[in-house]
Design a protein around this ligand. Structure first.
Ligand SMILES: Cc1ncc(COP(=O)(O)O)c(C=O)c1O
Length: 371
């Protein structure tokens, strides 16, 4: 049987969402407020932009980068993991440089599928995980999550090739519940599965919580990797820079795959990444605090809404009120929950990654609609 990878690709959720919002924006009515999209609105720190500009003025910065990434960049992320998350990594064996973490999500499935068996995804979960499985022609298993992000391990397959996890969670905006990483390691050992923890929102945690790396858990490195993104912590989403960290075998296989598919990351982007990771971390905290203050306004305006981290808020829609009605009648876009999995039906996700003015206008419309 042909694996039919492209035919199996689901409709790209965010492409569809953007198209629908653009269509609605063109219709008659008040200007639309878009709280559907999660595109970081705060620019990178000035010294990081300066590092990019400086490096790009050098003649020697424009050739192919070393495929495996700059050693200085691997050292810098390893030092950050030690300082911020208390995790010691060997930068030469346990760090792969990625052109954005989305690429790593796809690559992980390509590597893991070789073990045979299903790949297990959280429901609700980030839609691109499903794309990764389609491209790997992998069968999908499900790990149901409660609203607080707690997995129902009894409902997970007992044998699997791999598991995707993501805390703080997009779309649930839940931080890792106590004990969840230890449970994941135990489950992975029993199931013979690799684990990939998507840490894209690692630094965006609220209410005094500390960022929690999967790799700080005993045994995590034996069963898996963590994916770290520069997009959210440093506002570098368009720059495309991230890392796969942890299990040396998985890191080596991801690098091997990248040797065939990619040709490194633009050297000035990597050098600016070093500047971001080794320079002042003040803006990481400023960004976190900004999203927390927006989160406070959103949960005050939307009954039952919750968010412990990320720049999203997850809430249940009252019966009869759909995202489509919010868009068409109330001129506010949110991300429909069912796009994140069957368990997201009847929920919606709103994004805090927009201007304060737009957020407040959107919240006013939402609370009017929910009244
Ligand atoms: C949960 C999650 N993982 C990964 C990504 C991709 O991030 P990157 O910009 O590093 O590719 C995103 C982006 O929105 C995300 O929400």
């Amino acid at each position: 049987m042909r694996p039919q990878r492209l035919e199996r690709l689901p409709e790209q959720y965010f492409t569809r969402l953007l198209a629908r919002v653009a269509e609605a924006a063109a219709e008659d009515g008040d200007p639309l407020v878009d709280l559907g999209r999660g595109n970081p609105d705060v620019p990178p720190p000035a010294h990081v932009v300066e590092a990019l500009a400086r490096a790009s003025r050098r003649d020697d910065a424009h050739g192919y980068a070393p495929f495996a990434g700059l050693p200085a960049l691997k050292d810098a992320i390893a030092a950050r993991y030690r300082d911020v998350y208390g995790v010691e990594l060997d930068p030469t064996r346990e760090v792969a440089v990625l052109p954005g973490s989305k690429t790593g999500l796809i690559e992980f499935a390509q590597v893991a599928v070789e073990r045979g068996g299903t790949i297990v995804l959280p429901d609700p979960g980030y839609p691109d995980y499903r794309s990764a499985l389609a491209l790997a022609a992998a069968a999908r298993g499900t790990l149901p999550l409660a609203d607080d992000g707690r997995p129902d391990w009894d409902a997970a397959p007992r044998e699997a090739a791999a598991l995707y996890l993501n805390y703080p969670s997009n779309p649930l905006a839940a931080c890792a519940p106590a004990g969840v990483f230890a449970e994941a390691v135990a489950w992975a050992r029993g199931a013979g599965a690799w684990v990939m923890h998507d840490f894209a929102y690692g630094d965006l945690v609220f209410d005094g919580r500390q960022p929690q790396s999967f790799l700080a858990e005993d045994g995590a490195r034996e069963v898996g990797i963590e994916i770290f993104s520069m997009s959210k912590s440093y506002g570098m989403a368009g720059w495309r820079l991230g890392f796969a960290l942890g299990n040396a075998e998985l890191v080596a296989r991801i690098e091997e795959l990248q040797n065939h598919v990619l040709a490194g990351v633009f050297v000035p982007v990597q050098e600016a990444g070093v500047a971001a990771l080794t320079g002042s971390q003040e803006t990481v905290e400023e960004r976190r605090a900004l999203y927390e203050s927006r989160r406070d306004r959103a949960v005050a305006a939307v009954p039952g809404a919750r968010s412990e981290g990320t720049f999203f808020v997850w809430f249940r829609l009252p019966d009869g009120l759909t995202p489509e009605r919010l868009l068409a009648e109330h001129r506010v876009a949110v991300a429909p929950g069912e796009g994140f999995g069957a368990r997201g039906r009847g929920y919606a996700r709103l994004s805090l990654a927009t201007s304060d003015e737009q957020l407040d206008l959107g919240l006013e419309r939402l609370s009017g609609a929910l009244r």
